[in-house]
Design a binder for this molecule. Structure first.
Ligand SMILES: [Zn+2]
Length: 350
């Protein structure tokens, strides 16, 4: 059960017990006892629910998939999770880490557009009917900017940075050269926690894993609160705590301290390269995050209908991000579904 449903249910239980009582119980000791009992029972339910969702997320067998198929949103997530692109007859790969790596590193236009299109063919394109059912139920110039959805553009920093002979702070090579002992030593410290993530040895994934550890740190901070308060101040705040960790780890000072960044240059040109790198990541992301929810809200309002799913998607992509598809799109394509947050119904603005 997710936090919100849990909270709503709890509020209902509490208000029901108040409303149906003939007189209001003002006994504080009894109220405290009720809360303690509730807490004890809820902790067990929370535990069972967390274990079950971990098993569901990590054990996508054929048998389990069949059992899930009665649920439309689970079907959408399952399509996304199992989608693979075949680069040749005997080489079929998933989004993470293979396709992400190709989008980030390849400079071959044909390869990039092929991967871009094939990913959409195996993910979004097989979803539109299901997606409209899901909505009912609930009521490049992508010049291939280094990312499957052009949501962050920092993978192109090497061709965009103003001072070519200066660094822009990417420790991928150093991580690989050191065979990443740092990577392992940190993971060992947190072995009692589980992070579901397919990592690649890159600067970006080093930042992401710290963002995820930020979430864990926040969980630890509220673990002794009563169950009702065992959640972020709001979902956005949880992401912010994750990013505080990632941003702190990504500074030149910290990366020098842990031996991943050897460059001692401390000049304005290196700073500007670094700042542009951050902007390509963080500023470029803002219009993307915004348009994802613009599209979803328009669908749920009924302004965007199944016939115009893809067309409206690309209008927003053009309006907010200034990007267009690298290959011709058709009515049968469903490009929003090629993004996890659409397939899984996860809002960006929370
Ligand atoms: Zn996060």
């Amino acid at each position: 059960m997710d936090g919100l449903r849990f909270l709503v249910l709890s509020a209902l239980v509490l208000s029901a017990s108040v409303c149906h009582g003939a007189s209001l119980n003002t006994n504080e000791t009894e109220a405290q006892q009720f809360l303690d009992d509730y807490n004890a029972a809820a902790i067990d339910d929370y535990y069972i629910s967390s274990e079950a969702s971990w098993a569901l997320d990590t054990n996508i067998t054929e048998y389990n998939t069949q059992k899930m198929l009665t649920n439309v949103s689970a079907q959408l997530e399952s399509i996304y999770a199992k989608a693979k692109v075949c680069l040749s007859s005997d080489n079929c790969v998933s989004l993470e880490p293979d396709l992400t790596r190709i989008m980030a590193k390849s400079r071959n236009y044909t390869e990039l557009t092929t991967v871009w299109k094939k990913w959409r063919d195996v993910s979004g394109k097989v979803m539109p009917q299901l997606y409209s059912e899901y909505v009912d139920l609930n009521n490049d110039a992508v010049k291939l900017l280094g990312n499957m959805w052009a949501q962050e553009w920092n993978e192109r920093i090497d061709i965009l940075k103003p001072f070519k002979d200066k660094d822009s702070m990417d420790v991928t090579e150093e991580l690989k050269r050191q065979c990443f002992p740092f990577w392992y030593s940190n993971l060992c410290l947190i072995f009692i926690f589980r992070i579901k993530m397919c990592t690649d040895v890159t600067h970006e994934d080093l930042m992401t894993i710290h963002h995820e550890m930020g979430h864990i740190q926040y969980y630890l901070q509220y673990q002794n609160q009563s169950v009702l308060f065992r959640t972020g101040a709001n979902p956005g705040f949880h992401e912010a705590v994750g990013d505080v960790m990632a941003l702190s780890v990504g500074t030149p000072e910290h990366l020098r301290t842990i031996g991943l960044y050897k460059n001692q240059d401390n000049d304005e040109e290196t700073d500007l390269n670094f700042l542009l790198n951050m902007a390509l990541q963080k500023v470029a992301f803002l219009p993307f995050g915004y348009l994802i929810d613009q599209w979803r809200w328009s669908v749920f309002r009924g302004d965007t209908t199944p016939e115009s799913y893809n067309e409206d998607w690309w209008s927003l992509r053009c309006k907010y991000q200034g990007v267009s598809p690298p290959v011709r799109r058709q009515d049968t394509d469903f490009d929003p579904g090629a993004k996890y947050h659409v397939a899984s119904g996860t809002p960006y603005i929370r």
